[in-house]
Design a protein around this ligand. Sequence first.
Ligand code: NAI
Length: 677
Amino acid sequence: MTSSAQDSPVQLSIKGALAHITISAPPVNALSPQVRQGLLDALRQLKNHPDDLKGLVLTASGKTFIAGADIKEMQIGQQEPSLPAVIAALEACALPTVAALNGAALGGGLEIALACNARIAVPTAKLGFPEVHLGIIPGAGGAERLVRTTGFEAACELIAGGKPVSAASGLDMGLIEAVVAPDKLLSTAEALALDPELPKRPIARAVIAQASDGDWQTAVQTRRKANKGLIAPATAVQALRDGACLPLDQAQQANRQRYLQLRESRQAKALRGLFFAERDVRKVPGLDRSAALPVERLGVIGGGTMGVGIAASALIAGLSVVLVERDQAACQTAKTRIHGLLASADRRGLLGKVGGLESCQTRLVCQVEYNALAPCSFVVEAVFEDMAVKQAVLTQIEAAVAPQTIIATNTSYLDINAIADSASDPARVLGLHFFAPANINKLVEVVQTRTASAAALATAFAVAEKLRKLPILAQVCDGFIANRIYARYREACDFLLEEGALPEQIDAALTDFGFKMGLYAVSDMSGLDIAWARRKRLAATRDPNQRYSAIADKLCEAGRLGQKTGKGWYRYDEGSKTPHVDPWVTEAIEAESHRLGIKRQSFTAETIMQRVLAAMASEARALLDEGIALRASDVDLALVTGFGFPRHQGGPLFWAAQNQPEPAGGASARDLPKQHD
Ligand code: NAI
């Protein structure tokens, strides 16, 4: 017998002495207002069966139990009924209740499961609290229930680490009671619901995650250190600690408050913005995905830094690769480096689905002859950054491949329209701009030329996605999206040096803001010579009236090329990568200010960041105005993905939007009350 509104995503059915509540809200059973209302209605209807029922099984249809909250709802404002109300109703249900997890139970989904007496799961189910990745913590008692089901370490890891665990790990840590084959899931849950030994609901159990004050304190500090600037992970530990140490009603109140404040915080808005940016970036007006050519074999020209990374990415994604280099020695070097990257991917368990290490190695051919490219339907050129070299290589590729083969250039700055114009068929040419290290970095700019065909564009997107990259559409300009903004960022920092700041102050301001490393430390790591070569190349055409900082040139001229020469913006001890402030650099910078007649002033970290971010945002706006980037969120996503702009800061345009005067009542991360430790 079934008794729920026909169109409700939640159905109640009665089978003898057992009630089943089944959620069915494809594709992932997110906790929308309709699902929450459906759950409440079903629980209310149970009260119409006062005496004849002995147990309740809560499950869902499809491959997911509940994937978590409906993130869109957080953007537009939470509707009734709230998740805590649903959970309260579930816990108030007098029937012994078993959650039969038919797939992932994440976030609010796991909170619902933890409101049941017991949980059993299919082997493929993932269990976790990924809320911290959205800048929040579980908002409906997850922490209070978790400390009553698992030990201290596991609870901290689950809630503050945010990484879901397998059903087997969930069983080990006490999160669930059993792992069951899918065809036995419901029958086992039914039997368990009728079992007189069924455990109490977590909320009624004693705390398991007991720890000393010192342990909690250390856990909070560890999360602060590991997630610099990010509020949610340390707050998650504080929520657990209150869950373990405070009277239950006080803990529940405190944690709901924490959740509500975090949800409205600037960090959560930034992270939600990026969540939606990742979805929107796939929507490219006019892109006809059906025009994409099938690509099983990728051609790569040039086995240097980028060619090697691109080839490794393709092999790890299951494609075959033909790599063309200038001579046998270069072929051999490229092959050895690619094998090295594959071996490292193998150690990280990334090759299981593509036949293992040996299969990847055999799918790679390194050749000197261009005619080896004949079977490739897509070729990426990654040779030296030189227009004449690239155009000559393009002619050789065209002579070797089939007429429909698409050819992409990985140029960083060259005019791709000019490269395409030199082809006999410009329609097949476009840009595919990877970021170093190309086997790891997810960003790829698909650069559309004036002449690129629908097939070229669609195939470029398809290839990038096959390589598990994040393709973002850009139009041709100097530096496309990310490099063009990066150049402005560099320039803003160099001008600050001239005006009074020092590299270590700028780097400290950047890392405080959330960058993993400061600009000058990064520059020393990757070497100052590449950018120097480019500046020299552009010198002849540079507008003499344009402000230009010559400090980096002075360092290069003095042989300070970064870590590889033991000195750059910093000094390095033999064999060490730890930067030390070098008085030589300080003097060189001060001398340059003097030469320019600039009176040096002191800058606070905040002023440094204002200047740097304003420069980035202004360049980002110019990109939008010129139509180089499709939308603001694409630009933010490009900077976060490609250049490590701190995710929780949302990107330069998000930052700029937030730095408009705040509407009254808007809570920012800075407004969050200091949590008691
Ligand atoms: P690289 O100097 O490390 O490698 C270039 C390779 O191309 C060399 O191994 C060289 O032997 C080979 N090559 C040159 N002419 C050739 C020809 N005619 N036929 C076959 N192979 C040839 O350079 P890298 O860094 O890999 O850069 C390659 C391209 O990627 C450049 O256009 C660069 O601007 C761009 N790029 C570089 C990034 C980086 O961080 N290094 C990031 C994004 C793009």
